[in-house]
Design a protein. Structure first.
Length: 221
């Protein structure tokens, strides 16, 4: 009843909610972006183990933004072997797996075979994929990672916003070059856009969010 009322209230007053995953290789700038969007400030970061989640209210949409650490990825699940069951569960994010109704018959093996990010995929409306545009050595890895994410069933309906981040650094590739490197033109069945950003300077982030909010609004009745 509560949920029905909330939905009714939301549809009458135009408040929308969207769940967004911020993904990308480690050091791409995901956490810096998250807090730039949320607080308007640059925070000092350490590599994210697990996730950060914050709410960003923008353009009449309440974005629930999940920033998943890039140290682990869909292709390289966490391999944590420990006798301490609690450590295994917390480090692997498998509590979230359970929350989505997945049964882990063998907790230890379950954590090891379940790619870590996948626990966060259900009910996602959009992916923000962050690339370090100056890290040219790892663009191939960033591309492979990106296309593997797009293959995931749970993310088939999600729209994609790419942030070509760290534009302030010398040698950073521009949006056209990142488009080519990530082979964005291979994306056929969903809406996507790329924006040049500098999380440090605060440039491009809200332009991307404008595109995202307009795209999400036009996609929902
Ligand atoms: N010059 C520059 N540095 C940036 C920018 N965005 C982030 N950084 C720096 O890049 C480093 C990594 O940023 P994080 O936000 O921690 O990266 P992350 O993607 O969250 O990394 P993981 O948590 O390891 O996945 C930090 O030193 C940031 O200050 C940017 O636009 N320009
Ligand atoms: Mg981080």
């Amino acid at each position: 009843m509560g949920i029905v009322f909330t939905r009714l209230f939301s549809s009458v007053f135009g408040n929308r909610e969207a769940r967004i995953l911020v993904l990308g290789l480690d050091n791409a700038g995901k956490t810096t972006i998250l807090y730039r969007l949320q607080m308007g400030e640059v925070v000092s970061t350490i590599p994210t183990i697990g996730f950060n989640v914050e709410t960003v209210q923008y353009n009449n949409i309440k974005f629930q933004v999940w920033d998943l650490g890039g140290q682990t990825s869909i292709r390289y699940p966490l391999f944590i072997i420990t006798v301490d069951l609690l450590t295994v569960v917390l480090n692997c994010g498998c509590l979230e797996c359970n929350a989505y109704g997945l049964t882990l018959v063998d907790m230890d093996m379950g954590c090891r075979i379940w790619p870590y990010w996948r626990c966060y995929f259900p009910n996602t409306q959009a992916i923000i994929y962050v690339v370090d545009s100056s890290d040219t050595d790892r663009l191939v890895t960033a591309k492979e990672e990106f296309h593997a994410i797009l293959e995931e069933d749970e993310l088939k309906g999600a729209v994609v916003l790419v942030y070509a981040n760290k534009q302030d650094l010398p040698g950073a590739l521009d949006d056209a070059a990142i488009t080519e490197s990530l082979e964005l033109h291979k994306i056929k069945s969903r809406q996507w856009a790329i924006f040049k950003t500098s999380a440090i300077k605060g440039e491009g982030l809200f332009e991307g969010l404008d595109w995202l909010s307009n795209t999400l609004k036009s996609g929902s009745s």
